[in-house]
Design a protein around this ligand. Structure first.
Ligand code: DX5
Ligand code: ZN
Length: 222
C-alpha cells in the first residue's frame, strides 16, 4: 500500500466547538479523508460529549464521510438513530453490545458501513465470530474517554492480530483497520507497519498550527 491509500480521520473532539462549521471546512481543505466523531455517554466512558442533534448539524456542512464512534452503554438501542442522523461509518463497542452480529446487520441494513471497537484490554479473539459481518475494526490505543492521551505500546501487536485474523478468514480486503488514540508521526508509523489502514487523530491534527502539514506528515509516516 502506498501512503496515498492511508486514510486520515481527524477527531473533532479536539476541534473548537464554538466554531464547529468553520473547523469542519478547515479540516476538509487541509486534506482530511473522513471526520471522526466521538460520541460519549458519561456511562460507558466517564466523559460526556454530544449526540444526534450535533451529528445532524455536522452532516449539513461536511462533504467528507462521517466516521462515528459511539462509546455508549446501549449501542443496540441507539445505533440506528446515528445512521439516520448522518453516520456513513458507525462503530460501536463490542463490550457494550448485547448482540454484535444482529447490530452489525441492522447498521448495514440502514445503509451505513459498520465497525466494532475494542478497549485496550478486550481480547482480540472476541471479534472472531462477528468479523465477517464488519467493514471496519477500530483498535483503541488509549483507554476510551479522552483526547490527548499517550499511545499504548500494546496496540501495534493488536493491529497485527486483527489483520492476521481477517487474512486467515479470507476477508482482509473487506475489513479496514483503524487505530484511535495518541497518534503522532511516530505511533502512526508503527501502526501502519503493523497493518493499520486508517489513522484517527485529534490532538496531532486539530491541535497543529499547520493542519495540512500534520495530515500529510501522518500519511507519509509509513
Ligand atoms: C478517545 C477517542 C479518540 C480521541 C483521539 O476516546 O476515541 O478519538 O479523540 O484523540 P487524540 O488523537 O488526541 O489521542
Ligand atoms: Zn474515537
Amino acid at each position: 500500500m502506498t501512503h496515498t491509500d492511508v486514510l486520515v480521520s481527524p477527531s473533532i473532539l479536539s476541534a473548537d466547538f464554538l466554531h464547529l462549521a468553520d473547523e469542519i471546512r478547515s479540516i476538509e481543505s487541509a486534506g482530511a479523508d473522513w471526520h471522526h466523531i466521538d460520541v460519549m455517554d458519561g456511562h460507558f466512558v466517564p466523559n460526556l460529549t454530544f449526540g444526534l442533534p450535533v451529528i445532524r448539524q455536522i452532516k449539513s456542512v461536511a462533504t467528507k464521510p462521517l466516521d462515528v464512534h459511539i462509546m455508549v452503554d446501549n449501542p443496540d438501542e441507539v445505533a440506528a438513530g446515528y445512521v439516520e442522523s448522518g453516520a456513513d461509518w458507525l462503530t460501536f463497542h463490542i463490550e457494550a453490545s448485547k448482540d454484535a452480529i444482529a447490530l452489525a446487520k441492522v447498521i448495514r441494513a440502514k445503509g451505513a458501513k459498520v465497525g466494532i471497537s475494542l478497549r485496550p484490554t478486550t481480547p482480540i479473539e472476541s471479534l472472531k465470530s462477528v468479523l465477517p459481518h464488519l467493514d471496519l475494526v477500530l483498535i483503541m490505543s488509549v483507554n476510551p474517554g479522552f483526547g490527548g492521551q499517550s499511545f499504548m505500546m500494546e496496540a501495534p501487536a493488536r493491529i497485527a492480530a486483527i489483520a492476521a485474523m481477517a487474512k486467515a478468514a479470507g476477508i482482509r480486503h473487506q475489513i479496514k483497520i483503524s487505530v484511535d488514540g495518541g497518534i503522532n508521526p511516530a505511533t502512526a508509523k508503527l501502526s501502519l507497519a503493523h497493518g493499520a489502514d486508517i489513522l484517527v487523530a485529534g490532538t496531532a491534527i486539530y491541535g497543529a498550527k499547520d493542519r495540512r502539514l500534520a495530515i500529510t506528515t501522518l500519511k507519509e509516516s509509513k
